[in-house]
Design a protein around this ligand. Structure first.
Ligand code: UTP
Length: 716
């Protein structure tokens, strides 16, 4: 039925002939009234691509903001203006709350005693005009109701009257205590479709971490999500509300940073799932940064717990969710920084943050070493093996960015992020940090030019990969590729894990270049960092050992010829203590080295030669070699990739002139994300193929190195 106006219905037939006979009837009547019956029109559905995140569209929105932002007196005023401009207005809040009320009335008809509770941006004080409406349909009381109704029906049979409420309820068709989440979602979807005016585009997504029914409200032009199991979401929304109430600088910061992240395409996955940060995760990153300011702007979650009184104690699904209900219970911060400096310090904080080795904990207010989590995972595995039937604690899914939910400590809220998304986030933080040091950020232009936040908000455009400085390949640290011996060691923290990892990466890069891609690799026999230590290129073990020897001997290592970014710090050889966040700006003798020249463990450049176009047509060759190529994605198997190269080398003619290039390996970490950097530079490229080879390596090498590391780990 058309639930809005009740003027039409769509009838679906199970057999085509029935349609024919219905249509052949000259006149249809229903309860004495004429009914017009016609075949359903089949309209072509055109997919209109969403323009929301198109850079041009983002620029247009920014253009509309420009005059107002330019006129503001200071960056602080600009940030407050951003809140004014984007926050939900009173009417919008009212409309949302009326819709919640309407949904409540409908659902309670079908699910007696159920409750519909809003959470997320509509109510967490960070909502913007177009934000979605997140709802939790709490059926706990309905389950109790149903259980009671059931037992009273049984008694009624024996002569006890029931209260009659369950008679017409949809509950008679479904047992809430045994129904699967998918069945419940379907039921909710059906109720929305049939009974809530203006609600359309309803569909259930039961595969999400939290299964959800999505809908759209036509009149309010509002996207809504209903989940059935999200008490924690409602509670963490209360936590965000509390933080806003405690610290008035939080909202301008969150609105500004969310807008910056949107413009740079760093956060907000349009379809819900995706590799970018979600807004909740971004907000938690801001709160974590504020906990780490000096003095702190916000207390840790553990400190908040201690400020709560007995009545405020709260536990949900076994997680402690206690915090004060009123901001008044929290002491104001001693930090007096203004908004503009808090914003620029946010960028500096994450520009240098070592994501690879950290698990961010808002509960404790500091980063926990990732190696602690690895040993926990190992313990879990052992426990599971010993006692497979027992329920074991869940551990967060580790990834490039590890950000623990403040309450559900087994949930990494940034677990969906991929390497690329994290790299973009950190790179944009570095760019923003640089910009915030400029006069353009700090001072209003007297000539009406864009200043302050405006340049920060310029939409992200994809940069071409042909600039010379981009001939660098990153191999990010992955905890799983740590040597086994270190993974088993529960207390290895700080920098001690990086060096052995880097050694393994160097060896693996060599294996990929030599064995997989059939390059000739000439690694200097003498001297790594001091240019006098040996690398036996034939033998991975020896390579690893000699790299280690050389790196450990690198106290007097040559200064990096490859310019380090001013903010980057070296992780130094083992002769000096490997303390966390070590900064080599202080020399072993306590003297400052020359400005902006930092040391990093590095080995002397390798000279490599490639004679074949081993990057061209690999996918096709791979498909030919393996029938079911889907099972073996690119870079997932050393033997197969070696065969692919051998095949190309045999079938394709040699390059008219071999490509010669240098590879320089460097290790980064401590005050920035732990990773190995490979700098590639052509020394002879008469065939003009270096760019193509480099682009291929950019994607191929990190995956392949990972595969080699894992293979080696398994063999060990
Ligand atoms: P969102 O990431 O959608 O945040 O998560 P948001 O503030 O509502 O922003 P937009 O405008 O809709 O994008 C919505 C809520 O879902 C819960 C949190 O309560 C969050 O406020 N949530 C989200 C979690 O509990 N855990 C998560 O990992 C993600």
């Amino acid at each position: 039925m058309d639930k809005d106006k009740g003027v039409y219905a769509i009838v679906q037939f199970s057999e085509t002939e029935s349609i024919q006979s219905a249509l052949s009837c000259v006149e249809h009547k229903m309860k004495g009234l004429k009914v017009r019956v016609k075949p359903r029109e089949k309209k072509e559905f055109k997919l209109i691509p969403k323009k929301k995140n198109d850079p041009q569209n983002l620029q247009q929105v920014l253009n509309r903001l420009t005059p107002e932002l330019c006129q503001q007196a200071s960056v602080d005023a600009q940030m407050k203006y951003i809140v004014e401009r984007f926050q939900l207005g009173e009417n919008e809040k009212k409309a949302r709350s009326l819709l919640v009320q309407l949904l409540q009335e409908v659902f309670v008809e079908f699910f007696p005693d159920s409750q519909i509770l809003p959470f997320g941006s509509s109510v967490n004080t960070f909502g913007i005009h177009s934000c979605d409406l997140d709802l939790f349909l709490d059926l706990e009381n309905t389950k109790v109701f149903q259980a009671q109704a059931k037992s009273s029906t049984e008694q009624a049979v024996e002569g006890v009257p029931d209260d009659g409420r369950s008679e017409d309820s949809i509950l008679s068709d479904i047992d809430l205590s045994t129904a699967s989440p998918a069945e419940l979602l379907d039921l909710v979807a059906t109720i929305l479709i049939r009974c809530v005016p203006s609600v359309h585009k309803v569909h259930a997504v039961s595969t999400a971490r939290l299964p959800v029914v999505k809908f759209h409200h036509r009149e309010l032009n509002l996207q809504g999500d209903i989940t059935l199991n999200n008490r924690l979401g409602v509670r963490n929304t209360r936590f965000l509300q509390l933080c806003s109430g405690v610290e008035e600088r939080l909202r301008p910061l969150v609105y500004t940073i969310r807008y910056w992240a949107k413009q740079k395409q760093l956060a907000g996955n349009p379809s819900g799932a995706g590799p970018l940060l979600n807004n909740y995760a971004l907000t938690l990153l801001i709160i974590f940064y504020l906990q780490n300011c000096d003095p702190p702007v916000l207390p840790t979650v553990d400190q908040l717990k201690d400020m709560a009184c007995e009545e405020e104690e709260c536990e949900i699904e076994g997680w402690n969710c206690t915090f004060p209900s009123q901001p008044i219970a929290v002491q104001p911060s001693k930090n007096t920084q203004d908004l503009s400096s808090l914003l620029s310090d946010f960028f500096s904080f994450y520009a240098k943050f070592d994501f690879a080795s950290s698990v961010i904990s808002l509960r404790e207010g500091h980063a926990l070493p990732i190696v602690n989590f690895l040993s926990q995972a190992k313990e879990d595995e052992t426990m599971q093996e010993e006692n497979p039937t027992k329920a074991h604690p869940h551990r967060p899914k580790l990834g490039p960015l590890n950000l623990l939910d403040p309450f559900e400590l087994s949930h990494n809220v940034a677990g969906n992020l991929n390497e690329r998304a994290l790299r973009s986030f950190q790179k944009e933080c570095q760019e923003a940090e640089k910009y915030c040091r400029s006069l353009q950020y700090q001072h209003k232009s007297t000539k009406g030019k864009p200043w302050g936040l405006l340049r920060l908000f310029t939409p992200h455009v994809d940069v071409q990969h042909n600039k010379p400085e981009q001939l660098t390949i990153d191999i990010p640290f992955k905890a799983t590729s740590l040597p086994e011996v270190l993974r088993d060691e529960p207390h290895v923290a700080g920098d001690a894990f990086r060096l052995p990892w880097f050694q393994k990466v160097c060896s693996s890069v060599e294996v990929v270049l030599k064995t997989v891609l059939k390059c000739h690799v000439d690694a200097p026999k003498e001297g790594l960092c001091r240019e006098d230590a040996a690398v036996d290129a034939e033998d991975m073990e020896t390579t690893s050992a000699s790299i280690s020897a050389s790196l450990n001997d690198s106290t007097e290592s040559v200064e990096s010829q490859n310019e380090a970014t001013p903010s980057s710090a070296a992780v130094v050889g083992a002769k000096r203590p490997l303390s966390s966040g070590s900064d080599s700006s202080v020399s072993p003798h306590g003297k400052k080295p020359r400005l902006a020249k930092r040391r990093r463990p590095q080995i002397p450049p390798w000279t490599c030669v490639q004679k074949h176009v081993v990057w061209a047509g690999r996918r096709k060759v791979r498909r030919e070699l393996v029938k079911d190529a889907d099972c073996k994605p690119e870079g997932s198997c050393v033997e197969l990739e070696s065969q692919v190269t051998a095949y190309i080398a045999e079938k394709e003619p040699e390059l008219r002139e071999p490509l010669e290039f240098k590879v320089q390996l460097l290790m980064v970490g401590g005050t920035e994300s732990t990773r190995a950097l490979l700098k590639l530079e052509p020394s002879s490229d008469k065939a003009g193929v270096f760019q193509d080879f480099f682009h291929f390596l950019e994607g191929f090498l990190p995956k392949m190195v990972e595969t080699v590391l894992q293979k080696e780990g398994r063999q060990a």
